[in-house]
Design a protein around this ligand. Sequence first.
Ligand code: FES
Length: 300
Amino acid sequence: MSLTDRPLHRVESAVALDRPAGWLRDLGQRLLRDRRIKDALHGVWLGHPLHPALAQLALGSFLSASLVDAVGGGRRESSGLIAVGLVATVPTASAGWADYTDGHEEQQRVGLVHAGVNAAAVGCYVGALLRRRGGRGGGRLFSVAGGALGAVAAALGGHLSYRQASGANHGEEVQHVGPGDWRRVERLAELPEGEPVRRVIGDVPVFVLRHARDGSRTDERVSVMSDRCPHLSAPLHEGQLDAVGAELHVTCPWHASVFRVDDGAVVHGPATAAVPGFETRVRAGFVEARVRTLPGVSAS
Ligand code: FES
């Protein structure tokens, strides 16, 4: 076991945290009912989780202030950096809270501690500013203590992202392991119309939808994409299909991300990455598919 495994495992398996974690989740879900605001906080518009990008500014400013104070640098500079960190904390915490509401239990336990340690760090920085305004000493000490707490919070955030894969794209590997050559999926006549099913191509579970005939269309269309939601890997073929104008959308059964079936694009978060898609064709009565790769990416 590595140095950090044991304490981090304790946090993520601490069921005693479930009650306050659930309270924080429920409150967030109540406050973030407006889907446009929630999507914006997740980073759907950016195509990338927003929280880690904002955290660079908040944490970077705070830690810089702590370093300035630790080496006896200028108080004015340090106070300016703390002020920037405090302003950046509001959107950073809001984006993190939005992501938190759609995490699984283990992620929420770590997320709760991450938020608590961050709150303590912010309290230290506020204390540093207040002591300076009051002309009292101790501001540097508060600032350095805030930096130490911020570093612990950052480590917990790193665990959430890298070990618990919160905010990671759970479809990334499909580009690499999905078959690059044409593979048979199923006999066309055996696929149900208008009802997604799960099949496996190579090593990749895929969502397969034979579009229902609408009377005016004579072509047979089949959409194939990864069956794993890029947010946290839910089986998309269990999601709900909806026709929205000329588009067909599927809603993830776990946290209600919405994707366009034609190309896997994200319509609503919490997912911020598209579902990897497959090219399809029909040969000799069989649906065939191969992974649709990005330029410069090679599939197996
Ligand atoms: S697994 Fe969370 S939205 Fe799909």
